[in-house]
Design a protein around this ligand. Structure first.
Ligand SMILES: Cc1cc2nc3c(=O)[nH]c(=O)nc-3n(C[C@H](O)[C@H](O)[C@H](O)COP(=O)(O)OP(=O)(O)OC[C@H]3O[C@@H](n4cnc5c(N)ncnc54)[C@H](O)[C@@H]3O)c2cc1C
Length: 185
């Protein structure tokens, strides 16, 4: 069973997946590779002077793979519904159970709408700083929660915020993911 199911593998989805997998939650990402990053060149992502968007995605995928994310590249999610003890994620290839779902589908908000998430007056998915939607344990991140302020670094931050909220719930106390230089040795 996938503990965390992430729908969408752009900067928002992969960032969420990185944090949850790194901290030992089973994490699956479903992605159809239509990320806007393939059209972008980054000069405004802190810490990266200049990088092609597709190159960024290649690096990000390699990084999450190294943390054990179960990445279903090319598998489209057709719907997410609430089940007795979490969520059922339906794809073109089958069904998956999850305790938490992180929606990261870019500017496409259909799955969030079908799941019953509240929207704002601006017709974006309504979330607070934790990125949790009005449906408990369902999160929305990245372009889908913003009217227009679409930036890769913001999406990655949203994904991280969702993951930390999930990890805090799982651990029963506020959680942060800190490493120190000795961890790299
Ligand atoms: C021309 C252009 C230039 C840009 N330049 C910059 C720039 O210079 N700097 C910058 O910061 N940002 C730039 N951006 C914006 C940046 O690309 C976005 O902010 C960022 O990609 C949003 O990330 P995200 O993860 O929210 O969504 P996305 O990157 O759009 O990722 C969403 C992913 O979800 C997948 N998906 C959607 N529905 C499903 C489904 N049902 N099942 C499975 N997968 C699904 C999609 O295929 C996609 O891969 C640019 C965008 C464009 C169009």
């Amino acid at each position: 069973m996938a503990h965390v199911a992430v729908v969408g593998g752009g900067p928002a989805g992969l960032s969420a997946a990185l944090f949850t997998a790194k901290n030992d939650l089973e994490t699956a990402v479903f992605d159809t590779d239509e990320t806007w990053m393939h059209k972008a060149h980054l000069f405004n992502y802190l810490g990266i002077e200049s990088e092609d968007g597709s190159g960024f995605m290649e690096d990000a995928r390699e990084q999450v793979d190294d943390f054990g994310v179960d990445r279903h590249q090319g598998e489209e999610v057709t719907g997410v519904s609430q089940s007795e003890d979490g969520f059922t994620v339906a794809t073109e290839d089958g069904e998956y159970d999850a305790d938490y779902v992180v929606l990261a589908t870019g500017a496409s908000r259909d799955i969030a709408e079908d799941l019953g998430c509240d929207f704002t007056d601006e017709d974006i998915v309504d979330v607070g700083v934790s990125m949790e939607t009005s449906v408990a344990d369902a999160y929305a991140t990245g372009a889908m929660v913003r009217a227009e302020e679409w930036q890769a670094v913001i999406s990655a931050g949203d994904g991280a915020a969702a993951a930390l909220n999930i990890l805090s719930k799982e651990k029963g106390e506020h959680f942060h993911d800190f490493d120190v230089p000795a961890d790299a040795e």
